[in-house]
Design a protein around this ligand. Structure first.
Ligand code: SF4
Length: 230
């Protein structure tokens, strides 16, 4: 089967199936990014993504995965861990059933982070969820997807993440931040793709005069750039 057809089939399956959630992997680690960086966090990675970022570090989640019931998923979440990150793949593909799990995790007292590529509507995400939304830049190869309507569903405490691979990417990020006044409205993360010259990126951030946060992916420095499930 050609890759495009396989992709369409995987997406259609997770969007329309009545089994609960298709999961790529689960694990306990330290949160490596953003405002909750360094905290113990249970990761729930949903299977299947409908786009293909060139620098994606979780291509194993693009397809495959296994169906799990809500009960089976909840039984894996350690009681002592307060933070749960729902990521992918693209978790919004399964929001119809994911919403049930988000409510259950909330009732159990967990703080929930939801990481999304930003190209699917966030209208169905409950207010108690902390959203981390990407805006894709040119080097991702996926910068053509609309994301602007999602600003209406973000709270001031939510994060918008730009993964920067080169100076053109950084310029594009500055363009979007200025155009939509994003640095005053939300928490902005400038995140280097692994291997980017950090000193250069730091200088671009300083020269931009924007109040944005440059972040490093902590887990890649602790466990190495190729380590999986960390
Ligand atoms: S949206 Fe996320 S999972 Fe999908 S290709 Fe991009 S980085 Fe990978």
């Amino acid at each position: 089967m050609n890759p495009e057809k396989k992709l369409q089939q995987s997406v259609q399956e997770v969007e329309t199936e009545d089994r609960f959630l298709k999961i790529s992997e689960t694990y306990l680690t330290l949160q490596g990014e953003g405002m909750h960086s360094g905290l113990p966090c249970f990761f729930l990675r949903l299977a299947v993504c409908d786009i293909r970022c060139t620098w994606c570090d979780t291509p194993d989640s693009w397809s495959g995965g296994r169906w799990m019931s809500e009960r089976a998923i909840l039984s894996l979440v350690p009681e002592h861990v307060a933070l749960v990150q729902v990521t992918g793949g693209e978790p919004m593909l399964q929001i119809r059933r994911l919403g049930i799990l988000l409510q259950s995790l909330h009732r159990a007292g967990k703080k929930i982070l939801l990481e999304t590529g930003g190209h699917r509507s966030l209208s169905a995400v409950p207010d108690f969820v902390h959203i981390v939304m990407d805006i894709k830049l040119p080097s991702s190869g996926e910068a053509h997807h609309p994301f602007h309507e999602n600003f209406a569903y973000l709270k001031p405490s939510d994060e918008i993440k730009f993964v920067v691979q080169n100076e053109d990417d950084f310029r594009a990020a500055v363009h979007w931040i200025q155009k939509y006044d994003l640095a005053r409205r939300f928490q902005i993360l400038i995140s280097p793709a692994f291997g980017v010259d950090l000193k250069k990126l730091a200088q671009w951030v300083l020269d931009s005069k924007l109040t944005v946060r440059m972040q490093l992916q902590l887990h890649k420095y602790i466990w190495g750039p190729d380590a999986k499930s960390v």
